[in-house]
Ligand binder design. Structure first.
Ligand code: PLP
Length: 395
């Protein structure tokens, strides 16, 4: 389904890249090819290269091509979850004895993966402050570190990594930079243009955008900044099929549909987040607001340089400690108490007991009085009133 059309702008690419009208029927929307296998025209006579849906499926191909176009990469791959994609990258590119630099603030499941799964497979890691390029550089073991892994903004403390600076530090020692672009989205940030080699997403979040699918994406840059990885795309393609953690046709279709509205959804997520933040910074029950759009945020200037806007995720610490934070999370009416993020509906959660419970007692432990907000696209006034009532009663 490759296209010769000129797809320059982001929204045009999101709506059209990888998505030619269906060759059989003219269907404008890429169909859900809900099939496991394909009729062969004689042994080995594949139609369009399709043989078996773990290896490739046309709905998945459309989404993979769309992601590659949105991130400005060479190849896209989609998976059954964000973590399945991350695992495939690690297995495809690293060997026993290799080392990874991981961030000091990240999704709890990502750290759990490196700490308990990759490590058990002989891949060690060091933790570095992603706010400090020198700290990342110092954590790189020349010749042994093969990947530097960052999120920006981070989950849940909204830290900002200097993607260009870290890319240069990684490449100088022969390592690749992987950027988890889940919080920023392909719309707000283009890590490959800043020097990253691989971009990952939990498409469960903003890409899908409607809290109805679990998925992951991996995009490989055209030119990798470190030697020894020239076959990275082939290795990931091989491992995607050999491990088999692929996105199914319906899940691929849901994410493809989500991407079509990513640009306008993100603008509204950002508008609402800015309104919510403006209210929270002066709220008497709030201790601190974490949002890269605030001028006092330590990564504000960097975020302004490398992001289109500052995103829809906001975290706050509340006065009154963990008890107050837990009570606020349970007291909202419109904000739904739940894990995940990036859907059209606003979500509230307590990271220390929920999304980041697995990093308790590790260097990635989060403040006990932290509340994380995924600001949806409802009416901002309703969101503010609801939050205000919960904070005033319990904060
Ligand atoms: N990366 C980030 C930043 C996340 O927040 C998450 C999940 O919350 C993941 C990766 C993992 O994605 P998934 O839950 O789709 O496996």
């Amino acid at each position: 389904m490759t296209s010769s059309r000129r797809l320059n702008g982001f929204a045009t690419r999101a709506i059209h890249a990888g998505q030619e009208a269906d060759p059989a029927t003219g269907s404008v929307v890429v169909p859900i090819y809900q099939t496991s296998t394909y009729k062969q025209d004689g042994v080995g006579g594949l139609r369009g290269g399709y043989e078996y849906s773990r290896s490739a499926n046309p709905t998945r191909t459309a989404l993979e091509e769309c992601f590659a176009a949105l991130e400005g990469g060479e190849r896209g791959f989609v998976f059954a979850s964000g973590l399945a994609g991350q695992d495939t990258v690690v297995r495809a590119l690293l060997n026993h004895g290799d080392h990874v630099v991981v961030p000091n603030d990240a999704y709890g499941g990502t750290y759990r993966y490196f700490n308990r799964v990759a490590r058990a497979g002989g891949i060690d890691h060091s933790i570095a402050s992603i706010h400090d390029v020198d700290d990342v550089r110092a954590a790189i073991r020349p010749g042994v570190t093969k990947l530097v892994w960052v999120e920006s903004p981070t989950n849940p403390l909204l830290g900002i990594a200097d993607i260009a600076g870290i890319a240069e530090a990684a490449h100088a020692e022969g390592a690749l930079l992987v950027v988890d672009n889940t919080f920023a989205t392909s719309y707000l940030q283009s890590p490959i243009a800043l020097g990253a080699d691989i971009v990952t997403h939990s498409t469960t979040k903003y890409a899908g955008g409607h809290s109805d699918v679990i998925g992951g994406a991996v995009v490989i840059a055209k030119e990798l900044g470190a030697k020894g990885f020239s076959d990275a795309s082939e290795r990931i393609e091989f491992h995607q099929n050999a491990i088999g953690g692929v996105a199914g046709p319906f899940d691929s279709w849901l994410v493809l549909r989500g991407l079509k509205t990513l640009a306008i959804r993100m603008e509204q997520h950002c508008n609402n987040a800015e309104r919510v933040v403006e209210h929270l910074v002066s709220h008497p029950a709030v201790e601190r607001v974490y949002y890269p759009g605030l001028p006092e945020h330590p990564g504000h200037m960097l975020a302004a340089k490398q992001m289109r806007r500052f995103g829809g995720m906001v975290s706050v610490t509340v006065k009154g400690g963990e008890r107050a934070a837990v009570a606020v999370c349970g007291a909202t009416q419109i904000w739904t108490l739940g894990e995940s993020l990036g859907g059209v509906e606003s979500l509230i959660e307590h990271p220390a007991r929920m999304t980041h419970a697995s990093v308790s007692g590790t260097p990635l432990e989060v403040p006990r009085n932290l509340v994380r907000l995924s600001v949806g696209i409802e009416d901002a006034d309703d969101l503010i009133d609801d939050l205000d009532a919960a904070l005033s009663a319990h904060g």
